[in-house]
Design a protein around this ligand. Structure first.
Ligand code: CTP
Ligand code: MG
Length: 230
C-alpha cells in the first residue's frame, strides 16, 4: 500500500549536563531570553515538517512540567533513559502507535539550539530517497593527531574524518531495531553508530558550523553569538 511518508523528531533531553557544571541540567539554562530546550524545540517547530516531536525527559526532572512548550499539541513527553541511546529508544517507542516503519525520524540533541531550518531542509532533501539515511556532519579544518599517553602516534588524513552533528535521519523501523539490537553497547554514542554496527553505511551531509552542542560553560556565550548572527 502506498502510504504517505511522515517525518518525526525525537529529542533526547534527559542528560544531567555534567561537563557544564551548572546548578541545573544545561537544557534549562537561559539562552537569548528562553531556556536552551525552548530554543531547540522552537527551531524544530518552525521547520513545520514534523507530525510529532517526542522529547525524552528524565523522570526526576522538575523543570520540564513547568514549561509551556511541554503542553504544545505537537510535543510528546517520553521517559529518559540511562544513556542517550536509551532516551532516544524511549522517544521512538512513545510514537510506535503512530509511526510507520518507513517514516523518517530526525533525532536532534536538546543541547543544539542553533540548528537552522535550512540545515533541516538540506538533510531531508539530500536523504529523502536514500535507503538508510544519514547525519549532518562537519569536516575538520585542523590537522588531526592520533595520541596515546600524551604522545603523537600519527597524523590522520583529515579528508576521512568528520564530526557527527544532529539531526540524524533514519527510517523509524530500521533505527528502532538497530537501537534495540545494540542496547547496552557503549560504542553507540549516536544513532549512526547503531546503524554502523548493524552493517549499514549512513551518509554524511555537510552541515553548518554554528550548529554547536552546548557542552561546556563557554559554549553558552558562543551559542548566543551565533543566534545573533543568524
Ligand atoms: N541525553 C539524554 N539521556 C541521557 C544522556 C544524554 O537524553 N541519558 C541527551 C542530553 O540531554 C543532550 C544529548 O543527549 O541533549 C547530548 O548529550 P550530552 O551533550 O552528553 O549531554 P549530557 O549528557 O547532559 O552532558 P554531560 O555528558 O556533560 O553530562
Ligand atoms: Mg553526556
Amino acid at each position: 500500500m502506498n502510504q504517505t511518508i511522515k517525518f518525526w523528531a525525537v529529542v533526547p533531553a534527559a542528560g544531567v549536563g555534567k561537563r557544564m557544571n551548572a546548578d541545573r541540567p544545561k537544557q534549562y539554562l537561559e539562552l537569548a531570553g528562553f531556556m536552551v530546550i525552548e530554543q531547540t524545540l522552537g527551531r524544530l517547530l518552525q521547520a513545520d515538517v514534523f507530525s510529532k516531536i517526542a522529547v525524552a525527559i528524565s523522570v526526576e526532572d522538575p523543570y520540564w512540567p513547568e514549561l509551556g512548550i511541554a503542553n504544545h499539541e505537537l510535543i510528546i513527553t517520553a521517559p529518559g533513559g540511562k544513556e542517550r541511546a536509551d532516551s532516544v529508544l524511549s522517544g521512538l517507542k512513545s510514537i510506535r502507535d503512530q509511526a510507520n516503519d518507513d517514516d523518517w525520524v530526525l533525532v536532534h540533541d536538546a543541547a543544539r539550539p542553533c540548528l537552522t531550518a535550512s540545515d533541516i531542509r538540506l538533510l531531508i532533501d539530500t536523504l529523502i530517497n536514500d535507503d538508510v539515511g544519514g547525519i549532518l556532519a562537519l569536516s575538520s579544518h585542523d590537522t588531526l593527531k592520533s595520541v596515546q599517553d600524551g604522545n603523537i602516534l600519527d597524523t590522520l588524513d583529515r579528508r576521512t574524518i568528520w564530526k557527527a552533528l544532529t539531526p540524524q535521519m533514519f527510517r523509524y523501523g530500521m533505527l528502532k531495531s538497530a537501537l534495540e539490537d545494540t542496547a547496552g553497547n557503549l560504542r553507540v554514542t549516536d544513532e549512526a553508530s547503531a546503524l554502523e554496527l548493524m552493517g549499514f553505511t549512513p551518509k554524511i551531509v555537510e552541515g553548518r558550523p554554528d550548529n554547536i552542542k552546548i557542552t561546556r560553560p563557554e559554549d553558552l556565550a558562543l551559542a548566543q553569538f551565533y543566534m545573533e548572527q543568524q
